[in-house]
Design a binder for this molecule. Sequence first.
Ligand code: UDP
Length: 329
Amino acid sequence: MPKTNKKILVVGGAGYIGSHMVRRLLQAGCDVVILDNLSTGNRKLITDGELVNGNLGDACLLDKLFGAHKFDAVMHFAAFSQVGESMHQPLTYYRNNLAETVVLLDAMVRHNVKRFIFSSTAAVYGEPVAIPITEDHPCMPTNPYGNTKLAVERMLADCDSAHGLKYTALRYFNAAGADDSGEIGELHDPETHLIPIVLKAASGQIEHIQVFGNDYPTTDGTCIRDYVHVNDLAQAHLLALDALLRGGESVVYNLGSSNGYSVREVIANAEAVTGKKIPVVEAPRRAGDPAILVASSEKIKRALGWMPAYENLEKIIRTAWNWHLKQAD
Ligand code: UDP
């Protein structure tokens, strides 16, 4: 995208993916306002841009924000995203991911802001019936997290029909890695994602990695996922933003690398990158996990010319390890 002076509201800009997006938008010359309640986000991940500390479900705060700024678009990263947790606390997910997004969209419609980029997920598909997964694959989520994201996608389609709100829903596969600077990266507490946990085990911060399930119908019995670098995700959002601002129609795209790696392959790659032996303990399956999720990202490649720059897992893990070592310092 060429340099631009557009003003963007980044909801959840203090989180893992949101903070990488904020950087990319600032590099592109955008004016950025971040709305984040810092519940899972972290002030440390905001190195520039204006932070408003608050809830996206706070209609009064949104009225003030939309009154004070003329936003060209809103990007929405603020959601709870743990499949396992969503199985045990579904209402927390429906409240945060769905009900609060209703308030945000309502404010956008009232203030006539009609461009929206939504962080959706591969979890909307559920257990795939065909691999790689294309955007027209049936959507049958197997967990509340996926249900809430699919519900928002449907709400967006209704808002387009009724109010002309144009949106791009980006269905992420497994976001991974960190900015090359090592200044921002994945920072969850508690950490539940595979790669950061594997790196903690590599550096001895935890004793071992638990492999959740070894009897899936895959080559080595462990789940296969499609890991995509967080900066490649940010670049895809920038292309999607440009398309919407040029008058593009609402659309859904997958974002993945189109390569599948099993949990054991991730561990082996991490051992190669770190030069450390990673202790493994076999554990039961984690509820809600589909066996295989691998994307076809042909649609966004063809439509917007998106091309992942971090094309293999080792390169992705290298950036995550760089961030991990800087954190340990
Ligand atoms: N996983 C694992 N041990 C862990 C964390 C994750 O075996 O400590 C597995 C998990 O069951 C899944 C894969 O790694 O098959 C990726 O999980 P993650 O939570 O990173 O992402 P998700 O696919 O749930 O979005």
